[in-house]
Design a protein around this ligand. Structure first.
Ligand code: ZN
Length: 513
């Protein structure tokens, strides 16, 4: 099993920096920074919140986003396995953490434990931090990529971002895991390689940095020699890919911080002497067997959008579902909508689109609307402009690639936005007029009762299609709302029927006058 004990030490080492930054920024901008509307409490102080968000944003503009995520190139694959998410709203610690599952008990638990422990550790550290201030806005985002490798291995790289209104730079780090899907086990380098493999890998990496134009003149031996030394700890982040091993180094491990997290790609042919004899046939195919892989473009189904009849004179509302699609819960929601000839709007996360593309096509074929809810649920107000664009465009591209449909609406994560978010996103921002707090109660009856007690013509209702309780609540709600005389329409249909135009640069809660 892989050693991860350094995690705690590493995280504990960070807290001093965390606290110090917190103190400095606290002194500088006491009373200005750090506000947001969470999806839980946004209706309370919107206008006040807006100004504060703008100020905090200006403060960060220059610095956020310098840190470059390590993106091991090529071979990204999200087509195997499922995606699970832990998304927490409603406090000053925002969490959106995603991890893959493969229906394998051991490795699914390893991923889940890694994610949940990371979240718990962050919360514990914040609670113990003498400079912790609940007026600051903290955010943890964990997303991942996966790569298929020989012999039914899959490599996972978790990209972890910790952000705070008290920090000038977000803290970015990675953690890798390699799983053997056939045997439901986590893999170490020593499971694949033997002999002096670490010395060999270390030499190849050292050689790479000493000759690469970008790195060679920036080697500070006092840091570099320790970081490149062939120890398990130094080489604990690695990815097996189709034809190569990728070593990922920590920020500051070899170079100063502005070099981010360097990675080195080593072809299996360079490592051949150190790959275990019985595994050679998987990693080093005989000459000629490594045929160019044919890229098959997934055909886009020509979706026939159903023509829907809406009576503008009758009352109507828009149910909206965020953070999905989700394997277990989106299906039942679509089923009950279809049964009652009704539709909703699904604000999807880009990192789920390729995995659950079938749900997206079904949504459109049945007359539902798909909106954009960012790629991996980062808080948009904290992002640099390039990161903001990436969150939006990666999701647009994913939806277009898999459905041919281009989303026209944006729902900002955590309901949080500012002038920059409004002006840079080329879509209207859609908020809501009824917040079911479904994420908090996880109680189908409470969610349904709250809607039924408050619903009026023109309402936009916020729910999340990642909870079983919300799917159940929808099954209760749809027949009752129809009985009450409401038409269940998409957000775009709602505004069109009410004769109000949706324009980018604006935020909308309800077309009700
Ligand atoms: Zn959300």
């Amino acid at each position: 099993m892989k050693k991860t004990g350094n995690r705690i030490a590493k995280r504990t080492g960070k807290i001093g920096r965390f606290g110090l930054c917190a103190l400095i920024i606290l002194l500088l901008v006491f009373g200005i920074a750090g506000c947001r509307f969470s999806e839980g409490n946004k209706n309370t102080n919107e206008d006040k919140g807006m100004n504060e968000v703008v100020n905090a944003e200006d403060m960060h503009k220059e610095e956020v986003g310098e840190t470059v995520l390590t993106e091991a190139p090529e071979g990204e694959n999200r087509d195997s396995g499922d995606i699970q998410s832990i998304i927490e709203y409603g406090s000053n610690i925002l969490v959106a953490a995603h991890y893959p599952t493969y229906g394998k008990d051991n490795i699914d638990t390893i991923s889940k434990d890694f994610i949940t422990k990371y979240i718990e550790n962050l919360k514990r550290e914040l609670a113990e931090d003498p400079y912790y201030d609940e007026d600051f806005d903290y955010e943890l985002n964990i997303d991942f990529k996966t790569y298929n490798a020989p012999n039914n291995l899959v490599s996972v790289i978790f990209n972890i971002t910790e952000n705070s209104s008290s920090l000038a730079h977000p803290i970015v780090e990675v953690e890798t895991k390699v799983y053997d899907l056939s045997n439901d086990l986590e893999i170490e380098l020593s499971d694949i390689m033997d002999g002096d493999y670490l010395v060999h890998i270390s030499q190849l990496c050292e050689n790479y940095f000493r000759t690469d134009d970008y790195y060679k003149d920036n080697i500070d031996l006092s840091i570099f020699e320790e970081g490149i030394y062939p120890s398990e700890e130094n080489y604990r982040n690695f990815l097996f890919q189709e034809d190569r091993l990728v070593i990922v180094f920590d920020k500051y491990q070899l170079f100063s911080g502005n070099f981010g997290m360097p990675s080195v790609e080593l072809a299996y042919t360079e490592l051949a002497d150190y790959i275990k004899p019985e595994l050679q046939k998987f990693f080093i195919p005989e000459e000629g067997l490594l045929a160019e892989e044919e890229v098959i473009e997934e055909p886009i189904t020509d979706i026939i959008f159903p023509k829907r009849e809406i009576d503008s004179a009758k009352p109507m509302i828009a149910l909206t579902f965020d953070d999905g699609p989700n394997k277990e819960t989106t299906g039942p929601i679509l089923d009950i909508l279809r049964e009652y000839n009704s539709v909703a709007t699904f604000f999807v996360l880009g990192n789920r689109v390729s995995i659950y593309a079938d749900f997206l096509r079904q949504m459109l074929e049945e007359g539902n609307e798909i909106g954009n809810h960012s790629y991996n649920h980062k808080e948009l107000t904290k992002l640099s402009l390039p990161e903001l664009k990436e969150q939006i465009m990666d999701t647009q591209e994913a939806v277009i690639t898999h459905t041919g449909y281009e989303p026209k609406l944006m729902r900002p994560t955590y309901g949080s936005y500012n002038d920059k978010v409004k002006s840079e996103i080329d879509m209207p921002l859609i908020l809501w007029s009824i917040d079911t707090l479904d994420w908090k109660s996880r109680d189908a009856n409470k969610v349904a009762d709250h809607v039924l007690a408050n619903v009026k013509d023109g309402d936009i209702i916020l729910m999340h299609d990642i909870f079983a309780s919300t799917a159940e609540a929808t099954q209760l709600l749809v027949p009752k709302l129809i009985d009450m005389g409401f038409q269940l329409v998409t957000v775009s249909e709602l505004y069109e029927s009410k004769g109000e135009k949706l324009e980018s640069g604006n935020a909308y809660h309800s077309p009700r006058k």
